[in-house]
Ligand binder design. Structure first.
Ligand SMILES: [Zn+2]
Length: 190
């Protein structure tokens, strides 16, 4: 991790306490006295993720009307309510597939759509950078997240932006709806 960008360089007094250096980075949202949680031992067998059975998969059951944008093989959704970041959208394949399951055609389309979405979100005045993430721990159906960092908020650069999304007050609802409509229109353009 590049702590020259996000943090305080090579000064690491906190390491004496067993804490990682990132607790001192400007981007880390909290300050005060911290203690590490005990690390759970690894489980012998990992549990199924949500939607491992397609019959129970929320993404597969979702209607197109609940999505911000869709085409033959992909759909894009936004949360029901605005959150702290200007834009948070999630790209999903229409079929019940995870990242490693994608055909060459799906993979090529994901690349094109990722670039197009990044461009669309970053073109908003309210956004400076777009974080593109796929974690895959929670759900079996591929979800690729696009999170817009608010313009000028250098403190939010880096890996803690999902925390800031819940810390910042929700953005203005009308502006949020307008930005989402703009992104959907951009996705329809070739
Ligand atoms: Zn599914």
């Amino acid at each position: 991790m590049d702590n020259a960008t996000y943090g305080s360089g090579t000064v690491r007094p906190e390491q004496k306490s067993g804490l990682p250096t990132f607790v001192q980075w400007p981007a880390f949202p909290f300050h005060g006295d911290f203690r590490l949680k005990p690390i759970d031992p690894p489980v012998p067998r990992e549990p199924e993720r949500r939607g491992s059975d397609p019959a129970d998969c929320v993404s597969c059951k979702g209607r197109d009307e609940d999505y911000l944008w869709s085409n033959e093989r992909w759909r894009l959704k936004a949360p029901h309510e605005p959150s702290g970041l200007p834009v948070v959208v999630v790209l999903e394949p229409r079929a019940h597939l995870d990242l490693g399951d994608l055909s060459s055609m799906h993979a090529a389309e994901l690349g094109l759509l990722t670039v197009r979405l990044e461009r669309a979100v970053r073109s908003l005045e309210s956004v400076s950078q777009v974080h593109v993430n796929r974690w895959g721990d929670g759900t079996a159906h591929l979800q690729q997240w696009f999170l817009g960092r608010p313009t000028g908020y250098l403190q939010m650069r880096g890996p803690f932006m999902t925390m800031w999304d819940e810390i910042l007050p929700p953005v203005d609802r009308r502006q949020w709806q307008s930005d989402l409509a703009y992104i959907a229109a951009w996705m329809d353009e070739d």
